[in-house]
Design a protein. Structure first.
Length: 473
């Protein structure tokens, strides 16, 4: 996933023509808290989940009322199914359709010229909009009367993201590809279909050719603009990412979620935060196994509300908040400072809600309107290697520094008490130098109070500490 990121390119519905970038784990639904929010009545509030495991994509229908369909075929609710690039996903019986593919394909596809050819006859058509294929005179691509295997209105084709979205219109003899009879599929350049089976009209999407591009500014100019406050186009940051901090031989990892609903548990494939038990003061290997199994596969959920953050136990295993056992599926507000114990002591997390009085509040990037009272939430693992891992729900901003007021506390030479501020704005991550202590981004020193945007693989130096940003694997 470090090399290739994926998304949904919507070909119908309210989001038609738009690309929704997918983090490692995203829910799709009507809920505003969904990673991909689709305001369509055909979708359930929590309709489906798309996640990645060992580089492969999977889709899980969350027992939605309308079902989820891959290339026109329904999936079994609650059962993960592989999601391969080029698959069409329909959310609900009559809901929107989206193409699952890599981001370069989705963003670059609409810059391609699409040409359809008939391989059994010397005919081609240049496609720029939806067309119907059949023997009827009303079809934009009219077949010949001798093409008896094809129906009068046989097939609908829609150009989208460098593909042709092919939908069989209830033809008598069907539409066929190498995979068999199709209901709805995305045809990529070089792929073909046959109308009516063997002997019927054979159509193939030619290899695409790039459309002419406008002149581009040189890379040096683009770099210069990105290092000025607000003048360059900032890079989008995924909803889940990692901050890696290192100073000499010391290192720490911060797993960051920038979303309204964050799941945690022992199974990495379906959770935003994987909370397995690390070996620490264990009597033997069986003790480690018992502690890890005591944490549920999807143990709990952190939910951002209008006034704070709440936790919900999902009913798989025990959760205690400040020593009090939580009821299954109860929503419990979190205090400013707290302890969470997962699995009857298998893993302890020390939590804190940050509301710094000396920092100017910024509007949140998601979830709620206006200035949310919570800047961020941190969960620090207890009992493992010191500072080995920190979980963070980034609502709007997080201070980095050496003082207790810093959400990301770093004790290292050259790090000021409140050294820098990370914050979200318009789905991008920004950093501001707060005081006189130096900050450098990708080798370029910042002036005091200067703000720049950060992208994946950005490197930031704060004194002797190096901070790297990467995708969550």
């Amino acid at each position: 996933m470090d090399e290739e990121r994926f998304g949904l390119g919507f070909v119908s519905g309210q989001l038609a023509g738009q690309v929704a970038e997918l983090p490692e784990n995203a829910e799709v639904g009507q809920s505003a808290d969904s990673g991909v929010c689709v305001a369509d009545p055909a979708l359930a509030p929590r309709h489906a989940q798309i996640y990645f495991h060992e580089g492969a994509g999977f889709l899980l229908d969350l027992h939605s009322h309308g079902g989820t369909f891959l290339d026109g075929a329904p999936v079994v609710p609650g059962t993960p199914v592989p999601l391969r690039p080029g698959t069409l996903v329909r959310f609900g019986e009559t809901g929107p359709v989206a193409l699952f593919h890599s981001l370069p394909v989705l963003y670059g596809g609409n810059q391609q010229e699409l040409v359809l050819e008939r391989t059994d006859q010397p005919k081609t058509w240049s496609l720029s909009g939806p067309v119907t294929v059949g023997r009827s005179e009303t079809c934009e691509i009219q077949l010949e009367s001798a093409d008896v295997l094809a129906s009068s209105e046989h097939l609908h084709l829609l150009p989208a993201f460098g593909h042709l979205i092919a939908t069989d219109l209830g033809s008598v003899n069907g539409t066929w590809s190498e995979a068999g009879r199709l209901v709805q599929t995305a045809i990529a350049p070089g792929q073909g279909i046959v109308l009516g089976g063997e002997g019927g009209p054979s159509l193939r999407l030619q290899d695409s050719h790039p459309l002419p591009k406008p002149p581009q500014a040189p890379p040096e100019a683009a770099l210069a603009s990105s290092l000025t406050s607000g003048t360059g186009r900032p890079a989008l940051i995924p909803q889940l990412f990692v901050l890696e901090l290192s100073a000499g031989e010391q290192s720490a990892t911060v797993l960051v979620a920038a979303k309204s609903e964050v799941t945690f548990g022992s199974f990495a494939g379906i959770n935003d935060f994987e909370t397995i038990c690390f070996p620490r003061d264990l009597e033997d290997e069986s003790d480690a196994m018992e502690r890890s199994e005591a944490i549920g596969p999807q143990h709990g959920v952190l939910l951002l509300g209008e006034t704070g953050v709440a936790v919900r136990d999902e009913g798989y295993a025990s959760t205690r908040l400040d020593g009090v056992k939580l009821g299954a599926h109860d929503l419990t507000p979190l205090p400013d400072a707290f302890h969470l114990d997962l699995g009857d002591g298998a893993l302890g997390l020390r939590g804190r809600l940050f509301k710094h009085p000396g920092l100017e509040p910024r509007s949140p990037a998601f979830g709620v309107e206006h200035n949310h009272p919570v800047e961020c939430l941190t969960l620090e693992r207890m009992g493992d290697t010191p500072n080995s891992r920190l979980y963070m729900l980034l609502v709007r901003q997080a201070a980095i520094g050496s003082s207790d007021d810093a959400a990301i506390r770093v004790q290292a030479p050259g790090v000021g008490s409140l050294h820098a501020l990370l914050y979200l704005q318009e789905e991008s991550l920004w950093i501001t130098q707060l005081g006189p202590d130096p900050v450098a981004v990708d080798g370029v020193p910042l002036a005091p109070q200067t703000t720049v945007s950060l992208g994946l693989r950005s490197e930031v130096y704060l004194g002797t500490v190096r901070l790297k940003i990467r995708e969550l694997r």
